[in-house]
Design a protein around this ligand. Structure first.
Ligand SMILES: Cc1cc2nc3c(=O)[nH]c(=O)nc-3n(C[C@H](O)[C@H](O)[C@H](O)COP(=O)(O)OP(=O)(O)OC[C@H]3O[C@@H](n4cnc5c(N)ncnc54)[C@H](O)[C@@H]3O)c2cc1C
Length: 694
């Protein structure tokens, strides 16, 4: 560590071999493996060569998010149903736009990483002979899904953190990433490190509440700039959850997409995110048993009055309606291919429609669904066979939903109790929320980004393609961390960065950052929180699960305007919390332009409804005869998927000279490697390290 004077301020410099940005399940796992691989290569004191940096150890999706039984999707471990990596990879690539080499690596390394978690202490359930018990998601025959309960990813990151601490790796907490430092250009461009603002804030101040200038707890320090230089950077900062107003991402999950894009990393599949039903007071997915218990779904006006069982207008019978509610459990993400013929995603559309009218929607576990006058009352014996047989098999034929839920999954009730919501006493408000980014940054089969020595793992990596099986995000995050760590140590070595020759360029970027913060301190521009709210409203309106070309185009224009305004006028940011919020607003604004540009570009290319979003089009397929477009009085219709685009992955790259700041191009998904060497030549490749030749 050294302290340098830059523009009259003290800046702390740290040097490492590898800096991991983000302390979620992905980042922590990568840090552990880096240490392990360095030890294996007998590199001295690995713990001094690696650092983990995060804005909050207790923040991020891994620590704070989950569902009824949060799923970890791995290669099958059933004692009597065979599974193999190729079949696993085929499932991952089935909906298109997914590199098959990555999918195969996720399959091949799945059990290695799963066992690592077990060794780290995550309590995945076993039976009396030691089988890791699995369940089927979306009918996968190999029962690949498993769970350590509602908080699987929290347990993962906690257990991995203990391993990181045991290794002696330093974790720098409360560090807001303010800038990615770059050196060189073209093919020799590198990310030399990150500049952070030491927020030193309590978690409650760290974006979870609106930062205020008057909060005495948070106004205690000036921003302390730190610089972490490293030979390799692993970006594991999660998804850009705060980009959306209606979101089940934990509060304060900003990510660093805008910073990474500006640094020159190429993104892929930014159009593909996942949306689904979640509770809004306490952000949590209402998937699995929450819906399989078949609660009543109703809406009220903004004040919680005038209850209406709005679903009943759209279903011919109680049987069809109650079965659809049940199916939402394991058909959780909104899926445009499950709308026609009363598919279960019709429910998401209807919930969203109520919200659009200013009404609030609730699940009530104290009552069974209520129908219209023409419908029979709810009768559990009269569900469609798929639902009835499941509930019968689970012994969950009790009278009311809360009893069925308590029988199937008492922890699902407990998690709400921990957050002061008693499902036995009150209804639960829900909405269709942004939940996960399937797209992200382009990586090769070692999870190295478009810039050498910069790796992207976890949700920040765009490895999933159009659709992913539930639970595969956690598997991908672990595998990515393993692969990046292995490559870094074996291909690039363990040296701590030197970088004296680039010192002046780095200092220039730090001076620019300081100047910007100073300017913002004197600016009469808008408050950063206002800019963030504008971005969130725009993204939920135009870039969530319902999209329309003209609307997306207009939103792109206003997103660009906001970026220009921030560049020209700055933001009013006089104290530490507002400066941090201003940094976040600036990179979130840029990220939102990238996402909107990607959406507009794909729609112009003829993209239709796919993955987890619907593209509205007057000449398309009607959603339902009673779902009416208020503008035309005609049934609302959607454009079906354009299947030709399954073999074209959209890439997005920052280009300051482009009128939209970003350039979109298409690449063909990479194939999986075929042909396997016999043991001896493969062993030689391994010994000689040629497996790391790209
Ligand atoms: C409600 C919900 C339910 C889910 N259920 C499942 C499931 O059942 N199965 C499944 O596979 N996946 C699920 N997911 C997705 C999965 O939880 C995430 O994709 C995964 O946990 C992401 O892990 P990560 O390590 O990449 O990022 P995160 O866990 O989000 O960690 C990001 C890290 O980066 C830090 N960070 C972020 N921004 C900054 C910044 N600007 N400066 C400094 N540090 C920063 C954060 O503080 C944190 O330490 C769910 C997600 C949600 C929201």
């Amino acid at each position: 560590m050294e302290i340098r004077q830059i523009a009259g301020e003290q800046v702390t410099f740290h040097r490492f071999n590898t800096v991991v940005v983000g302390a979620g399940a992905a980042g922590m796992n990568c840090a552990v493996h880096l240490c392990e691989f360095m030890k294996r290569k007998e590199i001295e004191a690995p713990q001094d060569r690696i650092a983990v940096i995060t804005r909050g150890l207790a923040l991020g999706a891994s620590r704070m998010s989950g569902s009824d039984k949060q799923t970890y999707y791995k290669l099958g471990t059933s004692p009597n149903v065979p599974d193999c990596a190729k079949a696993f990879a085929d499932t991952l690539t089935a909906a298109g736009c997914c590199h098959a080499d990555l999918a195969l690596a996720e399959g091949i390394n799945s059990l290695r990483e799963f066992c690592h978690l077990v060794q780290a202490g995550v309590a995945f359930p076993t039976d009396s002979v030691g089988t890791f018990v699995g369940y089927k998601t979306d009918h996968d025959p190999a029962e690949r899904a498993t769970s350590a309960g509602p908080k699987t990813s929290k347990f993962m990151s906690e257990c991995l953190q203990k391993q990181v601490e045991r290794c002696g790796i330093k974790i720098f907490d409360h560090q807001e990433i303010a800038h990615l430092l770059t050196v060189g250009s073209g093919k020799s461009k590198r990310i030399a490190g990150v500049a952070t603002m030491d927020c030193g804030l309590r978690i409650a101040d760290c974006g979870l509440d609106s930062p205020t200038a008057t909060n005495p707890q948070s106004a205690i320090r000036n921003p302390q700039l730190r610089v972490f230089l490293a030979t390799n950077i692993v970006l594991a900062a999660g998804g850009p959850g705060e980009m959306y107003k209606t979101s089940v991402y934990p509060k304060g999950q900003f990510g660093i997409h805008g910073l990474a894009l500006k640094a020159g990393l190429v993104a892929e599949n930014l159009t593909e995110s996942q949306f689904g039903l979640a509770s809004v007071k306490f952000r949590w997915n209402v998937s699995g048993t929450y819906m399989q218990a078949i609660p009543r779904i109703f809406s009220t006006d903004a004040h919680g009055k005038q209850e209406r069982d709005f679903l009943a207008d759209f279903f011919p019978s109680m049987k069809a309606m109650a079965t659809d509610i049940f199916l939402k459990g394991y058909q959780w993400p909104f899926d445009p291919q499950k709308i026609e013929n009363l598919g279960s995603s019709l429910i998401d559309v209807l919930v969203f429609n109520e919200n659009q009218k200013g009404r609030r929607v609730f699940l009530d576990f104290r009552q069974n669904p209520k129908g219209s006058r023409s419908m029979q009352p709810f009768n559990i014996d009269e569900l469609e066979p798929e639902a009835f047989e499941y509930l019968q098999g689970a012994g969950a034929l009790q009278k009311i939903p809360i009893e069925r839920l308590a029988h199937m999954n008492p922890l699902a009730i407990e998690i709400y109790r921990e957050h002061d919501i008693d499902l036995c006493k009150e209804p639960l408000e829900i909405a269709v929320c942004a939940q996960h980014n399937n797209g992200g940054f382009a990586v090769n089969k070692w999870w190295e980004s478009s810039i050498p020595h910069a790796f992207v793992i976890g949700e920040m990596a765009g490895t999933h393609g159009v659709k992913r099986p539930g639970g595969s995000a956690l598997n991908a995050g672990q595998v990515g961390g393993l692969r990046a760590a292995e490559y870094i140590v074996n291909a690039y070595g363990g040296d701590v960065t030197q970088l004296p020759e680039n010192g002046s360029e780095i200092e220039r970027q730090i001076r620019d950052l300081m100047d910007k913060l100073d300017r913002w301190g004197k600016s009469s521009g808008r408050r950063p929180q206002k800019a963030i709210e504008e971005i969130q409203s725009r993204m939920t309106a135009s870039a969530a699960h319902i999209r329309e070309e003209n609307n997306a185009n207009e939103s792109l224009r206003s997103a660009l305007e906001l970026c220009r305004e921030i560049r020209d006028k700055g933001m009013a940011a006089t104290d530490l919390p507002s400066r941090i919020a201003a940094i976040q607003a600036e990179h979130l604004a840029l990220a939102s332009v990238a996402y909107l540009k990607a959406i507009v570009d794909l729609l112009v290319q003829g993209g239709g409804s796919r993955g987890s979003y619907l593209v509205l089009s007057p000449r398309g397929i009607p959603i339902h005869p009673n779902v009416i477009d208020p503008a035309t009085g005609e049934p609302l219709a959607f454009r079906p998927e354009n299947k030709d685009l399954r073999d074209r992955i959209q890439q997005v790259e920052y280009d300051e000279s482009s009128p939209d700041l970003f350039r979109c191009t298409f690449v063909t998904p990479r194939a999986a490697p075929i042909g396997r060497k016999s043991f001896e030549p493969a062993w030689r490749d391994y010994r000689e390290g040629s497996i790391y030749d790209l």
